[in-house]
Structures are given as structure tokens and as C-alpha cells.
Design a protein around this ligand. Structure first.
Ligand code: CA
Length: 226
């Protein structure tokens, strides 16, 4: 899981980064709202930790913008702030933040909140299996089943399907798919993604199921929640 920290105080970024990385999260950071929006567009994280007090655009404004955008409406956001008053908390939640942590907070408290929000956003991921619509992916046995029938997928299609299902409902660009499935340092042509999507679709739809992978023209693909 990738978390984007949006915070202008370097010491705070380092503290957060240290705690999140030791829990196994991938961490990136942005110093202000503009950098944050660019980073989110380039590689959408699984969650944003958003400081309220930022130069230029405030955290509240960034959160509001994310909620108004069709692509990032569902992106999990936890607001972090020095302001602990009830009215601020309500304002943060009003603009669509999923949760709110006031400084100073303990790393354990923040991690618990992060996990709770991620669980809420990914209710279908439970330990060893992911189920979305009528598709179940078994991460241990490496099996995929649709409406009770086993499907036969190649290793790349399996990874691709897992990547999609863990981000169901979100539009993913070819670049995000390339990075997530093939890795950052591998040179693969965009066309390769399309070839594997075609194979994955063929396998998923082999028993006349509805097509769960939506093509978003000029952008990429989305695994529908059903
Ligand atoms: Ca700040």
C-alpha cells in the first residue's frame, strides 16, 4: 500500500515516513498542494495523509478538490492538524476527509486510524482472498474463480487482476498498471498492457460473464465493483 504524506515540515515528514515504512507502507511525500496534486495524478496512492496548514493551498482545499474530482472522489484521506478543536474536526470531515488526527498524536494511534480507514475502503479484502462482484481471487492458492467456476490465468494476468481488484472502482492508467504489475525498472511497451488486459478479459468472460473491466478512452482501465 502506498501512502502520500502532504506536509511542509521536514521533521514531521521524516517522523511519519519512518513510522509508516517500518510498518511496510510505501511512502512518498509532497510539500505543498500543487506538488500533492501532481504526485496524485502521476501515481495515485492508496491513501493521503494531509496536513491542514500548508503553504499556498490549504489541506482543507486540497481535500475539497479531491472530493470534487471524479477520479479521486474515493481516495482515502486522513487530515492531520495542530488544531484540535471540535469545529475544525467537523470542518475536516465536512469536506470529505475520512478521518482526522490532531497533533501531537502517537504513531500507534495514527497507524490504527490508517488501518481502519483502509479496511473501510477495501471491505472485500480479507486476509487470503479478495472478492468483488462474482470474482474471487485466492492469494495463497493462486486461484481465481468466477461464479463458482475456476478460471485459468497466466502469472501476469493473475498479478494484473490482483492489482485491479485491490483498486476496484478506480481508473488506472497504463503507466500505473505498468509500474504496479511489471515494476518501475522494467521496460515494457504500453501495448503490452493492452495485450494482457485482452487475455485477462477473455479468461474472465469465458463463461459469458459481464465484462468487469471498463476501458476508459485515452486514460486506461477500471475494474468495476459490479
Ligand atoms: Ca504544516
Amino acid at each position: 500500500m502506498r501512502i502520500l504524506i502532504v506536509e511542509d515540515e521536514p521533521a514531521m515528514v521524516e517522523l511519519l515516513r519512518y513510522n509508516l515504512e517500518s510498518e511496510g507502507f510505501d511512502v512518498s511525500s509532497a510539500q505543498d498542494g500543487e506538488e500533492a496534486m501532481l504526485s496524485i495524478e502521476e501515481q495515485t496512492p492508496d491513501m493521503v495523509l494531509l496536513d491542514w496548514m500548508l503553504p499556498k493551498i490549504s489541506g482543507i482545499e486540497i481535500c475539497r478538490r479531491l472530493r470534487l474530482s471524479s477520479d479521486y472522489r474515493n481516495l482515502p484521506v486522513i487530515m492531520i492538524t495542530a488544531r484540535g478543536e471540535e469545529s475544525d474536526r467537523i470542518r475536516g470531515l465536512d469536506v470529505g476527509a475520512d478521518d482526522y488526527v490532531a497533533k501531537p498524536f502517537s504513531p500507534a494511534e495514527l497507524l490504527a486510524r490508517i488501518r481502519a480507514v483502509l479496511r473501510r475502503h477495501n471491505p472485500d479484502i480479507s486476509g487470503d482472498t479478495i472478492t468483488i462482484a462474482d470474482v474471487t481471487l485466492d492469494l495463497v492458492a493462486y486461484k481465481v474463480n468466477r461464479s463458482g467456476l475456476d478460471l485459468h490465468l497466466g502469472p501476469t494476468e493473475f498479478k494484473l487482476l490482483r492489482f485491479f481488484m485491490e483498486r476496484a472502482g478506480r481508473v488506472l492508467t497504463r503507466e500505473q498498471l505498468l509500474d504496479g504489475v511489471w515494476g518501475h525498472n522494467v521496460y515494457v511497451e504500453d501495448r503490452t498492457v493492452d495485450v494482457h488486459i485482452r487475455r485477462l478479459r477473455k479468461a474472465l468472460n469465458s463463461n459469458d460473464g459481464t465484462d468487469l473491466i471498463r476501458t476508459v478512452r485515452a486514460v486506461g482501465y477500471c475494474f468495476e465493483k459490479g
